[in-house]
Structure formats: C-alpha cells, structure tokens
Write a protein that binds this ligand. Structure first.
Ligand SMILES: *[C@@H]1O[C@H](CO)[C@@H](O)[C@H](O)[C@H]1NC(C)=O
Ligand SMILES: *[C@@H]1O[C@H](CO)[C@@H](O)[C@H](O)[C@H]1NC(C)=O
Ligand SMILES: *[C@@H]1O[C@H](CO)[C@@H](O)[C@H](O)[C@H]1NC(C)=O
Length: 412
C-alpha cells in the first residue's frame, strides 16, 4: 500500500517546474520579517532596526554558528529596506541612512561569507508597509536592478494590486528575472492574495513561473498561528501536496522557533511539520541571542535531511482525531519515510499505541529513528505493536527505513 501510494504521488507530480535550475530542495535561510518587522527606528533601537548592520550581524551568525554548513544559506531582506521614493532614474534605492553602503556592497559581503542574498519587492503601487512598489511598467527595471546588485532571491509580495495586475505581473517578473541571465530564486506571494486555492489559484501555472509561493497568511509569534497554518495546509492537502516538488514549493511561512510564542514542545512540532510539508526552512528569529534549545531543534540534522530529501515529495496527514492525535507521513528516497505524531491534547503526555500496518506500511521489518530523542526503535514486523509518549502540543518524529536499506541511510 505504501509503495502504491508513493507511486501514485510520483505520478501525480506535474512535470514542469520553473526552469532556472534553482531550489531543487526547499530553500533554507533567514528572513527578517516575523522577528524584526518594519522597525526602522535605528536611532533608539540600533541593534534591531532594519539596516545593513542587522543583516551583517545575521550573516556572521549564519556562518559562525554552523547554520550555513547545515544548508541555511539565504539571508533574506524583507520589506522596509527601501527609501520612500525611487532614485532620479526611476530605480529602487535603499534607505541611505540605514543602508549607507548600498545593496551591492551588502551582497558582496554576504557572498564573501559563502551565503546568498534575498531581497523583497511588491507587485503593486506600494509595498505592504507603504514603500515604493513595483508596477507592471517597472518590473523589467527592478529585475535588472536586482540582477545588477547580485541578488540571489526575490520575494515578490502582492499588496496594493488587483487580481488582473497580479495575473500579468507575476509571470512578467518571472520572465524579467530570467532575461537578466542571473539565476534568481523567485518566491511569489500571489496565491495568498487570491485565497490560496483553486479555481482562483492555478498551481500548475505557479509551478511553471515560481520556485516557491506563499499560500496562506503571515505567521505570527504564537502557537495559535502555527496551528492555524498547519490546519489550513493539511485541510487543503489534496490541492497543495501535488503542486509541490523540486524547484516548486508551497511555503507555509517562516520558522518562529527561538522567539517568544512557542514552548519547547511546540518548537519541535513546528520543525517536524515543516519537514513533513517539504517547506522552505526560513528562520525569522534573533540568531544573536538564540537559546541552545532552540538552536538544537533548528539544527537537528535528521529533521533537516527529511526536509531536504531529494525526491521532494510533500507529505500528508494520514490520521486525525484519535484522542486528538494526528499522524503525518512523508515518503523519502531510498525507501525511507517520515512519520510525525502530533498531540493536540492539553492534559498530559499521551501514550499512543499503534502498528505500522495500521499506518498502511507494507510487510517487512523496519527501524525507526526518533529524531528528537536520538533513539532507535526496532520494529521486527509491520504488525509489531509500539507505544510512544507524545507530550501536549508536542510531537514524536520518526525517520523510518526498511531494514534491508540500513546501509543506505545516513547516520545522524
Ligand atoms: C531562462 O529560461 C530558460 C528556458 O526556460 C532556461 O534554460 C534558462 O536556464 C533560464 N535562465 C535563467 C537565468 O533563469
Ligand atoms: C493553469 O495553467 C496552466 C499552465 O499555464 C494552463 O495550461 C491551464 O489551462 C490553466 N488552468 C486553468 C484552469 O486555467
Ligand atoms: C490505509 O488504507 C486504507 C485503504 O486504502 C484507507 O482507507 C486508510 O485511510 C489508510 N489509512 C491510513 C492511516 O493511511
């Protein structure tokens, strides 16, 4: 059954992806928005305002604290970087006080460290925070500017434009980026502004023009927000899951682990579910003050390997509401798979009993690696009963492989 399902999922994958060779696995990195928003008060809050200094700080942390080695390579500037008007030639320009050396210098600095730079623009008259937007007429100029600045990723938001302008603008920007000759990952916010689901959203088209796209509302610093996003994504999985694949990803938004809204258990849950969803792993936190607990979760090699699996098949929720336990499954390369058991309970650690055959695994013996506990669980047969303890608003995540493929699996 599992094999059949895997095959079906593979066949269901549309074949076309944006042909720029980028984002073959979900992009990983850091973005300013959720944690630092539109804080432009550099006079009173110099360490936390949107500025060259903030991005340089984060760039250094990404390299020195081992993030880059694990794949977190994109440093992404979000809204509020620009000046309140365009320059005399009609080109976007950064705020001269907060970015005194300009974006090309910042790009150079970031590249020297081995990182890549992302930037933000908005399809519309103004960005969401009210800075100059990119109208249809300005798309080519802005694509050219970003390429000249040596930018490696563009997040193209959609505030202050209507459906028709978006219908024209998002494909036009894709063409304009391609025409620059510079490989630039293209992240589209288009679907959010059209409700995220067919028929208003055409995921076939999105996969042809964008590398990733935001389907749903912005994440906020709370468990409610994470659950709301998780619920929407898995309720919509029949539409979203087949839309995703190498070069074309659904984006449930940033990882907020290390901020203020999530407990340790909830932090593990966000990480696990983002890995199941083949979601971009873009942190928005303060890497300068991250706790070691948060760092350990975000740097968990097994979870990252699951997220970055080369097959790039998004996972699904396969069971719901058994004592408020939900089970999620993702097929991986080398006949492996991942399971996440999420507890939505609010009482106490819950002892959950099951077998792999109840989760539709085929005949065989399996080994499960508990990625957060760093423990091995042997399952001599698909019928072997197991009991796991799942904490309230927490997860147990297993990396599972059939025993015959043991040598093929990386050790963590
Ligand atoms: C532009 O598109 C062509 C055809 O789809 C592709 O071969 C090429 O690699 C793309 N170039 C860039 C820079 O994205
Ligand atoms: C969606 O986009 C694809 C690719 O551009 C196109 O072939 C298809 O007709 C579109 N579907 C709908 C329902 O508009
Ligand atoms: C297992 O497969 C059966 C038959 O296709 C299906 O009804 C059931 O929902 C599946 N269960 C899980 C947990 O995937």
């Amino acid at each position: 059954m599992l094999l059949k399902l895997t095959l079906l999922l593979l066949l269901a994958l549309p074949t076309l992806a944006l042909d720029n060779g980028l984002a073959r696995t979900p992009p990983m990195g850091w973005m300013s928005w959720e944690r630092f928003r539109c804080n432009i008060d550099c006079r009173n809050d110099p360490k936390n305002c949107i500025s060259e200094a903030l991005y340089k700080d984060m760039a250094e942390r990404l390299v020195e604290d081992g993030w880059l080695k694990l794949g977190y390579e994109y440093l992404i500037i979000d809204d509020c970087w620009s000046f309140t008007s365009r320059d005399s030639r009609g080109r976007l320009m950064p705020d001269p006080v907060r970015f005194p050396n300009g974006i090309p210098k910042l790009a150079h600095y970031v590249h020297q460290l081995g990182l890549k730079l992302g930037i933000y623009a908005d399809m519309g008259t103004h960005t969401c925070a009210g800075y100059p937007g990119t109208t249809l007429e300005q798309i080519q100029t802005d694509a050219q500017t970003f390429a000249e600045w040596q930018v490696d990723m563009l997040k193209f938001d959609g505030c202050n434009s209507n459906a028709e302008e978006q219908q024209q603008g998002y494909p036009l920007m894709s063409k304009a980026l391609n025409a620059t000759g510079r490989p630039i990952v293209y992240a589209c916010s288009w679907p959010v502004y059209r409700g995220g689901l067919p028929p208003s959203v055409n995921y076939t088209l999105l996969g042809e023009i964008c590398n990733l796209w935001r389907n749903y509302y912005d994440i906020e610093d709370s468990w409610d927000s994470v659950l709301n996003i998780v619920d929407w994504f898995f309720q919509s999985q029949d539409y979203l899951q087949p839309a995703s694949g190498p070069g074309r990803w659904n984006d449930p938004d940033m990882l907020i682990i290390g901020n203020f809204g999530l407990s340790l258990e909830q932090s593990k849950a966000q990480m696990a579910l983002w890995a199941i969803m083949a979601a971009p792993l873009i942190m928005s936190n303060d890497l300068r003050t991250l706790s070691s607990e948060a760092r350990n979760i975000l740097q968990n090699k097994a979870v990252i390997a699951i997220n970055q699996d080369p097959l790039g098949i998004q996972g699904r929720r396969i069971l719901k509401d058994e004592g408020h336990i939900e089970v999620f499954w993702r097929p991986l390369s080398k006949s492996a798979s991942a399971l996440v058991f999420l507890s939505r309970r609010t009482d106490m650690p819950y002892r959950y009993h099951s077998t792999l055959s109840l989760l539709n695994y085929t005949t065989g013996s399996y080994t499960a690696y508990d990625v957060f506990k760093d423990e091995i669980v042997f399952l001599p047969s698909e019928k072997t009963h197991f009991t796991i303890t799942i904490n309230p608003s927490g997860v147990v995540m297993w990396y599972i492989y059939p025993d015959e493929s043991w040598e093929n699996i990386e050790e963590f």
